[in-house]
Every structure is written in C-alpha cells, then in structure tokens.
Design a protein around this ligand. Sequence first.
Ligand code: G1P
Length: 297
Amino acid sequence: MTKRVTKAVFPVAGLGTRFLPATKSVPKEIMTLVDKPLIQYAIDEARAAGIEEFIFVTARGKSALEDYFDHAPELESRLEEDGKHKLLETLKSTYMPSGAIAYIRQHQALGLGHAVWCARHLIGDEPFAVILPDDVIAAEKPCLQQMVEAHRETGGCMVAAMEVPNERTKSYGVLDVEPGHGDAMKVRGMVEKPEPADAPSNLAVIGRYILSPEVMRHLDSGEKGAGGEIQLTDAIAKEIAGPRGVHGYRFSGERYDCGSKAGFLQATVAFGLAREELRDEFGQYLQEMVAVRNAAQ
Ligand code: G1P
C-alpha cells in the first residue's frame, strides 16, 4: 500500500527578477491574481489534496511571505466590529494551524533540486508533494488532488505533464513515455530543458510532483545538470529504474505560467472572468478593448 501524502514542499527562494521592479520588495509569490496571492492558490490546492504539513524553502528577502501566513488580530477585530463577516471569513481562510508551516532557507541558489533537498530532514522517509507556485492550474478538481488519487494506484514518483509547442521544450523538463492510454503514463526517460531537436517529445513536466523519499537520496550527490544547476528532473529520472518507476500524469485543467508576464496577465483575465462579481463589468471592458484594438488595426 502506498503511504498517504501529507507533506508538501514549496520552493519559493527564487528572486523573481522577471517581475522587477515589483519583486524588489514583494516576493513574486505574493503577487496577486485578482485578490489572492499566488502562494494562496498553491496552499489551497495542497489542502484540497490532503496536505497537512507545508514546507517553504525560502531565501533572503522573502520575509513578507512568512508574515502573510501569520494571524492578523487587529484586522480581524476591525472586521468583526464593522460586521464585515464575508471579509472576515476570507481572512480566516488564509490561517493555518499552528505548527503546520515550516520555513527552511536555501542559502545559495543552486537549482530546483537543491531547493527541494533543503527540506530533506523535514520530509524523512515519506512520499511528499512539490508544488511550484508559478504554475497556477485552474481545474474543477484541483490538480494535486487528481494526482494524489492516481498515485494511490501507481505509487513511486509522479509528475504533472502537459503538451507544449515543440519550440518551447527548452523551458521544461521533458518526458519520454511508453505508448498507451490513460492519464498516468509510464515514463522511460526524462530530460531537463532540451533543445527542440534533442527533446524526446513535447510532453512537458508542470510544477506538481509526488515524489518518493528516494529522490532526496539521489539529490544528496549534489550532481549538476542543465544550466550548471542541481536539477530535480535528474534526481527523479534515477527512479525510472526503481520498483514503482515514474509516471507522467496528464491532468485536467488549464495551466498558467505565472512566472512569465504574458502568462500572469492571461491568468488575471481568466480568474477575473471566473469571478461572478466581476464577470459582467470586466467582460464588457475586455470586449470593448478588443473592439477598439481591432478597429485600430
Ligand atoms: C522547473 C523544472 C522543469 C519544469 C518547470 C515547470 O523549471 O526544472 O523541469 O518543467 O519547472 O514549470 P523552471 O521553470 O524553474 O526553470
């Protein structure tokens, strides 16, 4: 029987230079889609999947992220006094049980594999999830929950997977999978950021993982891969030969690359339109914008 997945690692040490100057003082994970920070989307998804322990791998300049998860007693009593119950509920939905969150510092930016490895003592000998908050996934059933359910059958390691345009393979970990049907595809090879000509397919790894603790042992070697960084992909690839192997999971849902400006803006539009209270006004504005743009062309 596969052990229940109750721990998740959130690598949030990146500098977010693509979003300068905003990220000069605001960690990119605090940047908001409509009114919710990216990190809250990641936490909500993890909670829905049954995660109980949340491990953040942070770095210097990320203290706003720690504050975000603190209780806000002054704000709370003000909202209570003013009878703003709905907002109070929203505020409380961000609260986490005491002891559920841990912060670990990554002292040097040595790569995603290294960031995850920093959490090894907190993970111990259990399967664990990894969520990259830059990848925001809108789905009826949250992506990690879909994966946890599939992982009960497969065990081993599982990565979220999605087809990307061929010319984009060098931005992703790319999978070589055995032919077959079904959402959980058996992986027979995986490579980090290949040039399109060298890519085994256009099936990319998206930032949701369920990993066996052996992956941490593989990361112990500190071996460097693509871009001179310690790559998570390389450590997972070593499990392909393991007893339960690695599966790529074709999730249902829409993924937004909020690590890029265009992706972030697309997510803002999609999440804005998904809000009932904004749909009409925002939707109408967008239609007008498009009409003006078309007329000008
Ligand atoms: C990381 C992983 C890569 C994965 C991607 C998904 O890359 O190394 O394998 O495909 O996330 O977003 P990064 O985007 O950090 O360069």
